[in-house]
Design a protein around this ligand. Structure first.
Ligand code: FAD
Length: 424
């Protein structure tokens, strides 16, 4: 009998690891605290499941900043591999206008359904409503289920527990204290790709929350992004805002506030704008209308009391950002299990046969398909390591013998399927 693998977390990272291992004949069980798998993956597909991106690989890899371990995993299982995998599920991907890659049906649900069918056919066992709560003194995995506690002693474990955004979909970051108790370093979880807070007047918030600011540009610390933002009750959100949210989040953490500069007419140069705004003697409303600002953008200029000439207030409107939206509304999570805990196969050093993959690791990247690509690629690397049985330095991964009874030892030695014992 082949050694068994427990995968905790049935998001895209866990499912991809399960597929690789099961296709190679391993006995795989996925445990998830939710009643069904891939809930955040499904939400991600609501506005179009952006799986990956077509930009040149060096530029793609640079999106992961200093996380070279993640870069290496993506280089080994790159966007082309992800596109081929997607096509294999009868969801031949297509490339959107910005180079982003989507499955044929645009949504996540058809892809997820086909994927779960493939996993079932490969023999993957699924245990939903199983919340992982740590290890027993003997090193067995401990779960809380609807019918009581359960202990499991697999030959290898992959943690694919996600970050802490949208906790009601499953990933709630409750694994942090469990790993910290085992002496594993965790960087604080922080919101990433997230809305920004700016205290509007009650009138502006009531009147304009939900209105888009179209075709604008936003600048922070020398980086300018063009796109669209959405006015919210407490600030701004949307792709343009998410793209700048990481450095703004960090600046607010250091300085208390950060200044975001908006250009509400990036297509007009200052001279052309000044000509449109006209001379003195006309009302502000008229001038802003002549400048081509829609009602929400014009109201924003009036909302932000600022010294200076009108052209500057349109092309360089300064917003004092006071924070980010909470992590439970963020697209993704920064922080997590620090990469220095891991060898190049995503195995935790000092914890043989324990791997961690996906968004629970300490890396971040913008939206654009980089998040899912990393979830998939880190899963493939870890699964390949388990399949080859080789750890860093070329040694065969030691099997943990935990528990005194012969049955447990047989499991740990890889000669019996792993046992699931109701605990206590
Ligand atoms: C609104 C939205 C849109 C997005 N759109 C995109 C997009 O278009 N493209 C893109 O690349 N990314 C997108 N993302 C991000 C993407 O969904 C995540 O990066 C990805 O799901 C992370 O995969 P993961 O497997 O690491 O973690 P998750 O998908 O978070 O899965 C983790 C799993 O672990 C389970 N779990 C957690 N704790 C426990 C426990 N204690 N016991 C048992 N199970 C547990 C959870 O229930 C969950 O099923 C989007 C995210 C959001 C919120």
């Amino acid at each position: 009998m082949t050694p068994s693998v427990a995968i905790i977390g049935g998001g895209p990272a866990g499912l991809m690891a399960a597929e690789m291992l099961a296709q190679a004949g391993r006995a795989v069980t996925i445990y998830d605290r939710m009643p069904s798998l891939g809930r955040k993956f499904q939400l991600a597909g609501r506005g179009g499941l952006n799986l990956t991106h077509t930009e040149p690989l060096p530029r793609f890899l640079a999106r992961y900043g200093p996380a070279t371990l993640v870069q290496d995993a993506v280089a080994d299982w790159p966007p082309d591999a992800l596109r081929a995998w997607c096509a294999g599920l009868d969801e031949a991907p297509f490339v959107g206008s910005s180079g982003r890659v989507f499955p044929r049906s645009f949504k996540a649900t058809p892809l997820l359904r086909a994927w779960l069918r493939r996993l079932a056919a490969a023999g993957v066992q699924v245990r939903t409503s199983h919340r992982w709560t740590g290890w027993t003194d003997e090193g067995a995995l401990r779960f809380t289920t609807r019918t009581g506690d359960l202990e499991v002693q697999p030959s290898a474990t992959i943690l694919a527990l996600g970050g802490a955004s949208w906790p009601r979909l499953g990933s709630d970051g409750s694994w942090v204290p469990l790993l910290e108790a085992a002496g594993i370093a965790i960087a604080p979880l922080r919101p990433a790709n997230v809305g920004l807070l700016h205290p509007w007047s009650a009138h502006f918030a009531d009147r304009f929350a939900g209105h888009p600011l179209k075709r604008i540009a936003a600048t922070f610390e020398g980086t300018t992004i063009r796109g669209e933002a959405l006015i919210t009750k407490g600030g701004l959100e949307g792709g343009l805002i998410y793209a700048l949210s990481a450095p703004i989040r960090d600046a607010v953490a250091t300085h208390g506030t950060a200044t975001l500069t908006l250009d509400l007419r990036p297509d007009l140069d200052p001279a052309a704008l000044a000509a449109r705004l006209g001379g003195h003697g006309q009302s502000l409303s008229n001038a802003l209308r002549r400048a081509g600002l829609d009602p929400a953008a014009a109201a924003l200029v009036r909302e932000i009391a600022a010294p200076g000439q009108l052209p500057d207030r349109v092309k360089a409107l300064k917003l004092q950002i006071t924070g980010t939206s909470p992590i439970d509304r963020a697209i993704s999570t920064a922080g997590g299990l620090t990469l220095s805990n891991l060898d190049s196969t995503f195995m935790l050093t000092g914890h043989p046969n324990l791997y961690a993959i996906g968004e629970m690791l300490d890396w971040e990247a913008p939206t654009g398909g980089y998040l899912l690509q990393a979830a998939f690629s880190t899963a493939v690397t870890a699964a390949n390591a388990i399949l080859s049985g080789v750890t860093e330095g070329g040694h065969r991964a030691p099997i943990v013998i935990a528990g005194p009874d012969p049955a447990t030892q047989a499991v740990a030695a890889g000669i019996a399927p792993h046992d699931e014992t109701p605990a206590g």
